[in-house]
Design a protein around this ligand. Structure first.
Ligand code: ACO
Length: 408
């Protein structure tokens, strides 16, 4: 607050920053993105190094606990996550109540809500006078791993319900990626028992690229919710709702739909003209932070190359490449520094691995939950501060303000 104004009411400096383009909401030691140089580092390690040498479980550990895990630490995390993956009947019922052709995300929110209702710690949060997780990181870590377990199971249940296929129970101590595939019924074609190892390995690499992206809309959405001291599963619901929005994680879905609509590279120039005339938005293009090529794209291209036999047969890949070729040289995009983002090509890998379009955003959100929860954990050792932005009121005011003494 600054000095009191003429009427004695304290004046404060208020900044209107549309879309928070210039406003930081917290300090963090987790992820650093340089949007002009096109780099991402998790805890000071370049994403390219992690992508080359590590798997998603390593990165999960690094984001949450600032170090790469030992084999026994990895085992302990697997065991805690898988212990939370068996769904109570109420969760199955909540998801099965939806018509099978429902949108994915409301089903996911319903499943997670049922998980919260069944979780004694999550519900107790609202009845404790003392904040439950602040400075009790042991309790927070258990809740984090339960939340990851809940969300992975919810995705699998939604996938199975929508397709009317049986849900498979997770393996105790199985990897997060492996158990997700298993629960979804994406098993090894040869043995019909465990998860498909090729899909598991590729997904584990792909998830490294999506695991955190500093203060994205979904992470900020989650932290906004958690600043009220709600439980982490409820907070990730807020983040997931943001994640499904078309300008954010939902862009991967719309990017793929646009490619389906365009169908053939010969229609790309006309489509680009329509984008420039603002009739369409080019999904998979443009980014708030990157003013150069999204560094994740090169790594996605490496994976596409490795899985060329599957991805190459998708005729829409040619459409996506034609879009990038034209847009990257067109003045409209160059002037606005709009470059391809990870969502332009990410959909090809998911689709080649056997994921249908309706589940892709949900699965990407699972890898991002790792980062979101790491940011939540970071808030737990800082002073509690409710997030409450200001507005600048520009509507009508009554002619006679009340005397100051009666203000409350
Ligand atoms: N297609 C066409 N025009 C675009 C696009 C696009 N994808 N992105 C931005 N623009 C234009 C805007 O129309 C605006 O033009 P103007 O100056 O003539 O008014 C200008 O570029 C600046 O746009 P803003 O919306 O102010 O830029 P901002 O940084 O806020 O937007 C965003 C970032 C939302 C990601 C935007 O680029 C976009 O909508 N992209 C498509 C959606 C997408 O791919 N999202 C995924 C991002 S990555 C991720 O979340 C995983």
């Amino acid at each position: 607050p600054n000095d009191a104004g003429d009427d004695g009411v304290p004046q404060r400096l208020t900044v209107l920053d549309n879309g928070f383009e210039n406003t930081a909401c917290m300090e963090s030691e987790i992820t650093h993105i340089d949007g002009y140089r096109g780099t991402i580092e998790y805890r000071g390690i370049p994403i390219e190094d992690l992508f080359r040498d590590n798997d998603f479980e390593d990165v999960l550990h690094l984001l949450l606990w600032s170090k790469l895990p030992t084999p026994s630490e990895k085992k302990a995390v697997r065991s805690d996550i898988s212990a939370a993956q068996n769904p109570p009947k109420s969760v199955i019922n909540a998801i099965s109540a939806f018509p099978r052709d429902s949108e994915t995300y409301p089903m996911i929110i319903a499943g997670l809500s049922a998980f919260v209702a069944a979780d004694k710690v999550a519900t107790a949060v609202r009845h404790q006078h003392k904040p439950m997780f602040h400075n009790d990181l042991e309790k927070a870590d258990k809740a984090i791993l339960r939340t990851i377990g809940y969300y992975s199971t919810t995705i699998a249940l939604v996938h199975c319900h929508k397709r009317n296929i049986p849900f498979t129970k997770p393996t105790s101590g199985g990897t997060l990626v492996g158990n997700l595939l298993l629960m979804m019924g994406m098993v090894d074609a040869a043995t019909r028992s465990g998860p498909d190892p090729e899909i598991e390995a590729c997904l584990s690499k792909l998830w490294i690229l999506y695991a955190d992206h500093e203060m994205t809309n979904s992470t900020a959405g989650m932290l906004h919710a958690s600043s009220t001291l709600t439980d982490p599963t409820s907070a990730i619901m807020a983040g997931i709702i943001c994640g499904f929005g078309p300008l954010h994680g939902g862009a991967i879905d719309l990017a793929y739909s646009s490619l389906k609509m365009i169908k053939d590279p010969s229609y790309v120039p006309g489509f680009i003209e329509a984008v420039k005339a603002k009739k369409f938005r080019l999904y998979g293009y443009g980014h708030r932070i990157y003013k150069t090529r999204d560094p994740r794209l090169g790594l996605i291209e490496q994976l596409i190359e490795q899985h060329r036999d599957k991805v190459g047969s998708d005729p829409l890949l040619k459409v996506a490449l034609a879009i990038d070729k034209i847009a990257s040289q067109d003045e409209y995009f160059v002037k606005r520094k709009l470059k391809a983002n990870a969502d332009l090509l990410g959909c090809f890998l998911y689709s080649a691995l056997g994921f249908e379009q309706d589940m892709i955003t949900a699965i990407i959100c699972l890898s991002r939950v790792a980062g979101g929860l790491a940011h939540w954990r970071e808030t737990l050792v800082k002073p509690i501060k409710l997030w409450r932005p200001l507005q600048i009121y520009s509507g009508p005011k009554s002619a006679a303000p009340r005397p100051k003494e009666s203000l409350s």
